[in-house]
Design a protein around this ligand. Sequence first.
Ligand code: SAJ
Length: 407
Amino acid sequence: SKINVIGLGYIGLPTALMFAKSGVEVVGTDLNEKLIDSLAKGKLTFEEEGLEELFNDAIEKGIKFTTEYQKTDTYIIAVPTPYINSSKKLDPKYVISAVNTVLDVCEKGAVLIIESTISPGSIDKYVRPEIAKRGFELGKDVHLVHAPERIIPGNMIYELEYNSRTVGADDLIIGEKVKEIYSSFCKSEIVVTDIRSAEMSKVVENTYRDVNIAFANELAKICRTDKMDVYEIIRIANKHPRVNILQPGPGVGGHCISVDPWFLVGDYPDLTNLILTARKINDSMPTHVLGRIRDIMREHKITDISKIGIYGLAYKENVDDTRESPTLQLLERMDEHLAFGVKVYDPFIKERIVDHQFMNFEDFLNEIKILVIITAHDHIKNNLDLVKDKFILDTKNICDFDGVYKL
Ligand code: SAJ
């Protein structure tokens, strides 16, 4: 039977391609006509290691792209789940509309697999009532599964194959069936559980990482006050067999780690002291970076803001995604930015999204005295000899020469 993957973004597209590559019949659906046009012409819309090759394999195996939902018995929904900035709650509108459109066309007894990350309890709160409203009986007319994605941008294709997966289902037999479907490309353990546990474990995973990074960031601040080397200290501590501290940085970006913990804080405000504090620590890092930039300006008597250059707009290394990026947060907090023009450059971002953004690395370097490294793209790691004449604030600990300022 054929799989219809709904939503061809960062998650849906590589997932659809993997199925196709493994010989499963797949149709990828997205309402964005431009995207479908581009894919049908063999053109990808984002960069990811190994994606191009996988794309070509999948096309060879006959994957189809369309704006139409297909009539079939298996759907994977990977539509965006934005969060509402003011309330920090999930906005389920795309999931709800995808489920409704699936119900319009699906075969009786179809399995609806939701891969989008949702706040725990969302299936009960938003999806089941929608299905009931339409007069469908769950477990008979249609089956619900939540199989949250877990792949990390930058290493998605590898992780699709080798990460363990979670399949949450109402009905164990359906869970086992979906496990079978994913095992056409997933070589790792696939855990079958109930839907609520699948929802919760996904959000817990990202929250764990956020808390761990917050710990590292707090250590960085402590170490700064007494000139201790936080990286050396974490390196040593991590030699302990039961310690595994992540790395401090300029802030936590991306659409997952900085968003998912809010679902827990929103639903359990009285029980989430640690989680909320971790969020606040990570959110404070762009301001900490700003303080470090001011330290350098003071020390070297630089007053011209336009001599500051920020390297990196993507939320992390070697990706072209700028959602919740630390640089964007930093610029927002720099009142001087707009008026005086802090320069910005990122080789992965080919459209102009902020003021004073450069498209050429050399032009950018020619304009600045202070280089603030926010994103550790391989590009900058490979070009460090070009920037040694600058005052460098290295927030990602990639420079090992003297005179570099750290977090
Ligand atoms: N970061 C640090 N220090 C670190 C690691 C990361 O400051 O030691 C920062 C990064 O620079 C970035 C942010 O955290 O700004 C998030 O990056 P990330 O690489 O930790 O994670 P994401 O957001 O790209 O992907 C995460 C992954 N979740 C976990 O590792 C638990 C991924 O597996 C999920 O699939 C993804 O969220 C998602 O979609 O939920």
